[in-house]
Design a protein around this ligand. Sequence first.
Ligand SMILES: [Zn+2]
Length: 416
Amino acid sequence: MRVIRGRVFFRGQLGPLSLGIDEDGKIAAIKKTLRGDEEIDHGDLLILPGCVDLHVHMRDPGLTHKEDFPSGTRSAAIGGVTTVGEMPNTLPPVTSRAAFERKASVLRGRAAIDYALYAAPPSSDATATLEEAAAFKIYMAESTGGLQMNPANVGAVLVEAASQGKLVAVHAEDPEKFLAGKPRDLPSHASIRPKEAEASAVSTLGKIRGSAKLHIAHVTCIEALDAVPIGATCEVTPHHLFLDVSKPLGSHGKVNPPLRSPQDRDALWSAFRNGRIDAVASDHAPHTLEEKDGPFDESPAGVPGVATSFPLLMRRARAGEISLPRLVASMASRPAEILGVPKGLIEVGRDADLIALDPRQSEPIRAKRLRYKCGWTPFEGMEGCFPRTVYLRGDAIVEDGEPATDHRGRLIRPLS
Ligand SMILES: [Zn+2]
């Protein structure tokens, strides 16, 4: 048995503990002291569960000039993420069983971390054939990949997904509430796709939800949050928590739904801190600088973020702006629960996906360090607290902050 020691976050508290890891990479014992064939002592370092990012776009297959599965999952590991939910708007889009199987086979053996795959059912009939997907994604408005769903189909897809007990994550913006015109900058982009469009889409979903496990992706404002129906879950992205239209980002800050005003961002941060938002998800959506640098209205929406979510939030936790239990819940345990995967918690029987870090050590975020294929980050220069060691099922995949091994990740399916 391998033993890992440190100040472990266990059942809501930090304490000096030893974790015994069995041959399958699961946590087999948690005790004050344990002996093993191999013992790793992290001393004073914090040991937290690896993060589960519900929402990433690794662009593989089909768009691999922006990112690919090896590069994106390696970056995720550097940032303390050990499981991702990969979105279906790759090429070809995952709208059928054949496309799902093709994507699963293309990705096999190329991931640094574990991953679940979403599918995008175009209709309830397609939903019925996509049982192997971990969850479904529905786009109510146009975004990368052209998967916008006919609004007439949304209700039937929710019913079919409910019958399979499967999560449905929704990009909730109501295009009928969009204003005419071309965005020239971040403020005009935010006015053309206003907060009302989000709130309207979320409240429509509340009405047609039935018994579906509904998850609202990337809420940007209190108005949308107030419309989330009881029993549904929601996520927030670090770009909506840390960036807003007042930042000099130009098209590098273009995302959908858009960045909002500093006041909206403050309100969102308070709601997050107070536990009104279930999960942090990066919506990691890389594009090359060449693509992003075109005229604002032609620049594709999306920013990379999978490697910076945890470091940015850990830095804020260190500064006392959010509690450590809140951070762990929103980045590990709750997203694992939403996706229905055996991750996100330090507990006997769970996968030993762990991060070890010194919370006193922070550094300015530099794109080079993150190793994204696209080579840039909208958080350049902001302070982050990066993990020193990251374990996937008990194996170190990051050591001294640098990638240690590759290709240990597996496709995971939700527990049924
Ligand atoms: Zn997305």
